[in-house]
Ligand binder design. Structure first.
Ligand code: B12
Ligand code: SF4
Length: 468
């Protein structure tokens, strides 16, 4: 029988870019590289030569570089910038491939800026795309639906990523991304996950986790910096879905001598054994979407079965006693939250000394059920993607004038980073230094945003008085 030797694709040189939206500030907890690009690098056959550029770290883009093609990822806040970069490369005759969440839900908008667009998860189509480029047969569109579903997620190749990336080794004040799972089976109406990666919840073999951490440390961790341990950001959408896998992963993480942060639904933290295992394994904080302290609001987001507002205070307090900080994310929606509700939430955050609270104005990101419903009902007022940074109100508001609502949220956000709140948070929470340092960073950043907002829109606190 004749053996068929698979065709070896001609070596390509290509550039992968993580663009930064103009209103995406530098205060985000940004991991050392964009996971999508890390995954693509890890899935690339060895003969190809890759360069990674990340605008979140202010890397320069060489528009005159000799690349066979340029690949650009996109979240909604980065989409406009992604198109700008794409257009500039195409003016110079370069081939551009656009992919990522935003492109996947706005293919018609994206198409005009690219030679090819990728819709959906690229894991199982990436090598086909590379083959097609090498053989001059790039198609205008690759859709994950036309390829086998992604049933397994690939481990990251940190050596290859380090070689392609401009990042140098860091200490534990900067995070190295890693993941164990992809997807989340819940259906919160404001979240992209249910319509993107969520339907299928996939996990890596936990055993691979240790191997990857050792590799990541070797290439990205500088033990001579300010911290003795590296900080890993587990970028899983919701690592708590499968308790058995979560516990197994935590047992393995414990052996790795690291600190890490992780996204989990708050209700999973009701389980004291899970909390104990998180702390033991080196978790420095869990990031949880609390969204609202009103159960009716949670119900309106279809999150009522995921979160129970009446349990928040006890879970936060129990976790604190066990040595675990919970970074809480809250959403504000003029249709559901009055100014009084916002004031109540501020009181809650202060009373419970919530660790590093995040305030966001509800934003219907393309791909969410919320976007679909609001679009259908003509309720979206702003489709300038740069403004989808969760500090702008982009939907119609009957109750409050949009700028006034933005002002109220921003003022309240600054309020939870007042000095008395920072001091109380630092005194009461475990890991005092991280509470203090992050709070001061948030405070400085938010205060300058508020000053700029007041100046730009001629707003004064007086305008918020007597509004309810
Ligand atoms: C981890 C995470 C973060 C981390 C790290 C982000 C990072 N820079 O890596 C932090 C905490 C910093 C973060 C911040 C924010 N995040 Co976030 N985050 C996530 C989360 C939970 C996982 C992302 C991830 O790692 N996915 C795994 C990778 C492999 O998947 P992927 O990016 O989709 O890539 C695949 C395909 O899309 C495709 N692909 C992607 N790019 C490209 C490019 C090419 C060329 C090709 C061919 C293919 C391709 O191939 C990849 C492999 O299959 C997602 C949830 C989700 N479902 O994605 C939210 C999510 C991405 N975040 C979201 C948001 C809104 C934000 C913030 C704007 C919040 C805020 N207001 O500050 C900021 C923005 C910061 C930024 N500039 O990225 C939204 C984005 C919505 C949207 N349409 O843009 C999501 C979807 C959550 C949600 N609400 O639904 N986030
Ligand atoms: S629980 Fe979190 S990740 Fe899952 S659908 Fe809801 S918001 Fe999205």
């Amino acid at each position: 029988m004749q053996t068929i030797i698979p065709e070896r694709t001609r070596p390509l040189k290509f550039l992968l870019i993580s663009p930064q939206g103009k209103l995406d500030d530098d205060s985000n907890q940004k991991p050392l590289f964009h996971m999508a690009l890390g995954v693509l690098v890890s899935l690339t056959p060895p003969q190809h030569d890759i360069e990674l550029v990340d605008e979140h770290f202010h890397d320069d883009i060489n528009y005159d570089g000799e690349y066979d093609f340029v690949g650009i990822t996109s979240r909604t806040i980065e989409a406009t910038r992604a198109y700008e970069i794409a257009d500039r490369f195409r003016e110079k005759g370069k081939t551009v491939v656009l992919g990522g969440l935003h492109i996947s839900f706005n293919p018609d908008e994206a198409r005009v800026h690219a030679d090819s667009i990728v819709i959906g998860e690229a894991d199982n189509l990436w090598t086909t795309l590379l083959d097609d480029i090498a053989n001059n047969r790039l198609k205008p569109e690759y859709n994950s639906k036309d390829f086998p579903p992604v049933k397994e997620i690939a481990p990251l190749d940190y050596g290859r990523i380090a070689k392609a990336s401009k990042r140098v080794k860091v200490d534990g004040t900067k995070s190295i991304p890693i993941y164990v799972t992809r997807g989340c089976p819940f259906n919160c109406s404001f979240c992209v996950t249910p319509n993107f990666t969520g339907k299928q919840y996939r996990a890596q073999k936990p055993e691979l986790l240790k191997q990857q951490i050792e590799e990541a440390k070797k290439y990205f961790f500088d033990p001579n910096g300010k911290t003795s341990k590296p900080w890993f950001m587990l970028t899983d959408e919701n690592l708590g879905i499968n308790k058995k896998k979560l516990w197994k992963s935590l047992d393995l993480l414990k052996e790795c001598d690291i600190t890490f942060s992780v996204f989990l639904s708050i209700n999973f933290l009701e389980d004291s054994k899970t909390v104990e295992k998180l702390v033991d394994a080196g978790c420095n904080f869990v990031l949880a979407g609390l969204e609202s302290i009103k159960q009716s609001t949670l119900e309106a987001y279809n999150k009522g079965h995921v979160n129970s507002a009446e349990k928040y205070a006890k879970i936060i307090s129990d976790c604190r006693k066990a040595g675990l900080n919970i970074q809480c994310n809250f959403l504000f929606n003029p249709a559901l939250d009055t100014f009084e509700d916002i004031d109540e939430l501020v009181k809650f955050v202060k009373k419970h000394n919530v660790f590093m609270p995040i305030f966001q104005i509800i934003t219907p990101y393309p791909g969410t059920k919320m976007y679909h419903d609001y679009k259908r009902d003509g309720l979206i007022t702003i489709e300038d993607w740069e403004k989808y940074n969760a500090l702008h109100l982009v939907i119609k508001s009957d109750r409050y004038e949009p700028l006034l609502f933005q002002y109220k949220v921003l003022k309240s956000y600054v309020d939870v980073y007042s000095w008395p709140s920072i001091i109380a948070r630092t005194i009461h929470n475990p890991r005092k230094l991280i509470n203090l340092v992050t709070s001061i960073a948030f405070r400085n950043h938010l205060r300058s945003q508020l000053d700029e907002f007041e100046r730009q829109h001629h707003m004064t606190p007086k305008q918020l008085q007597n509004v309810n």
